[in-house]
Design a protein around this ligand. Structure first.
Ligand code: SF4
Ligand code: SF4
Length: 474
């Protein structure tokens, strides 16, 4: 079936030529109300992104995602491998929150908060405008043959891009391995930690590739969130939209002519100036409707508002609006789907808060030594050997730690250590211990015992273990 003319844009991606080659986008430098607000939001978020790994709360890095050691800090709250369930719940909450937000407000996240957009549009693109000039100058520069001026401009731009990619890679590493470790590695010299140096070079190369070459393709081809839009958006979602009712009117869009009564002629308010297309960083025409490529950056809103101002028509031909709002002038309303997401989100947040309250600063595990049964000693004493592991999630050492058998009368002896020990801050202590219980106190071959962990006579954690005894004594 042949595609109708007004649907032809759906057959291709704006950034790929008919021959299948990359069509480089040279977006016009945006300006206007939304761009000004986005700049301020971006400055705040850039400061947040760059400083978060270096800020500490109670000695904990503000944000850390140490995937290798499965240790995560979120807003200064440490999650250990033992807390992985909490981390998973908070990630699910994050996903539901973004989903809810997308259902209601479309890709607002992409345009205002996504690090890819912020770095691309507010850092790399602005350096490009500074060195190569606005759209027209960039197009001319790319078409002109290689000259001293072109080499100087392109070389300087790419060199600055490389330096910034290197800085981003360092910050990224600080998120992954922790800022203390990163600073330690830098002061000890990069060659003392060759594997980290290789990772840093790879990250730098990836960021450089993304921002110098791949650019908007990340949002169009690679980003899974972008691909989800088709499933999340509906006619009630608020997105950056072209008011086709107003723009096309009865007789469609027409070029602007001075002293012409457009309304009387049935022309729409769109003067087909293509400024909204020229300013678009993903190279699309928003007048074709909501498209997967649109990252809701608002550049076309600002640009069209300038045009409307210049021709004395009301602003907002392109604006934040839902399809229903444009079609029926319907105001924003919470849909059943949104209410459902809000309910699930509230339950999940309640669950997380409950789990955080129940979470202990100390995690104790006492397990029987694999392959060992029990030893029958003099005076009808049964002895079992265990290994213990104590994790201190706080930023302070826990001194004078000792165990006490709580459920049975018996003896608990630590191997190769004194009666008490220290669990270092954010660290772990492990060892072996014996528990001896009189057989008369046992109720069978498998006995559940309860062990308390104390510091200076204060109970800080309890744990259980299985204690084996002879079957015949049941
Ligand atoms: S900027 Fe506005 S007037 Fe110009 S083409 Fe786009 S929608 Fe039409
Ligand atoms: S269509 Fe408008 S909002 Fe969407 S990416 Fe292009 S300029 Fe940004």
């Amino acid at each position: 079936m042949e595609t109708p003319d007004n649907e032809i844009f759906r057959d291709s991606i704006g950034t790929i030529t008919e021959e299948g080659k990359r069509a480089w986008v040279f977006p016009k430098k945006p300006s206007g109300k939304f761009y000004k607000y986005r700049k301020w939001v971006s400055y705040g978020l850039l400061a947040f992104l760059l400083l978060s790994p270096f800020i500490k709360i109670d000695g904990n890095q503000f944000l850390m995602f140490n995937v290798l050691e499965r240790r995560f800090n979120i807003f200064g709250f440490p999650f250990w491998p033992q807390d992985f369930h909490l981390f998973v719940v908070s990630m699910i909450i994050g996903v539901i929150f973004i989903t809810l937000f997308t259902v209601a407000f479309g890709r607002i996240f992409c345009g205002w908060i996504c690090p890819q957009t912020i770095f691309m549009e507010m850092v790399f693109r602005r350096i490009e405008y500074w060195i190569e000039g606005d759209r027209g100058k960039q197009i001319r520069l790319s078409k002109q043959p290689w000259s001293a001026e072109k080499i100087r401009k392109k070389g300087l731009k790419l060199f600055i891009f490389l330096i910034i990619s290197f800085i981003i890679a360092n910050v990224f590493l600080a998120y992954l391995i922790g800022s203390d470790k990163l600073i330690q590695y830098i002061t000890e010299g990069p060659f003392s930690h060759v594997s980290t140096l290789i990772s840093l070079i790879i990250f730098t190369a990836v960021f450089y590739f993304v921002f110098a070459w791949f650019r908007e393709q990340v949002c169009i081809i690679a980003c899974p969130y972008g691909r989800l839009q088709g499933a999340l958006l509906d006619t009630k979602s608020i997105v950056v939209a072209y008011d086709h009712k107003r723009g096309e009117a009865k007789n469609g869009r027409k070029k602007f002519r001075k002293n012409e009564d457009r309304q009387a002629l049935g022309h729409g308010d769109c003067i087909d100036c293509f400024q909204c297309v020229n300013v678009c960083p993903t190279g699309i025409d928003i007048r074709n409707g909501t498209q997967l490529e649109c990252v809701n950056c608002t550049a076309c809103i600002d640009e069209c508002d300038h045009i409307m101002e210049n021709i004395n028509l009301p602003k907002g031909l392109i604006r934040y609006a839902s399809e229903e709002n444009i079609e029926k002038k319907a105001p924003f309303k919470l849909t059943v789907r949104m209410k459902g997401y809000i309910a699930v989100l509230s339950i999940m947040i309640g669950l997380l808060i409950g789990m955080l309250f129940l979470r202990n600063d100390v995690e104790a595990n006492v397990l029987r030594l694999p392959g060992q049964l029990y030893e029958h000693k003099e005076n009808n004493i049964i002895s079992n050997v265990f290994t213990y592991k104590l994790v201190n999630k706080t930023t302070k050492d826990i001194e004078s730690v000792y165990f006490k058998l709580m459920s049975h009368k018996g003896e608990l002896k630590l191997v190769a250590t004194h009666d008490s020990f220290v669990v270092p801050s954010q660290g772990m202590t492990e060892g072996t211990l014996f528990i001896e219980i009189n057989n008369a106190a046992l109720t069978g071959d498998r006995n559940k015992i309860k062990i308390g962990v104390y510091t200076n006579d204060k109970l800080i954690e309890t744990t259980t273990a299985n204690f084996l005894g002879p079957r015949s004594y049941k």
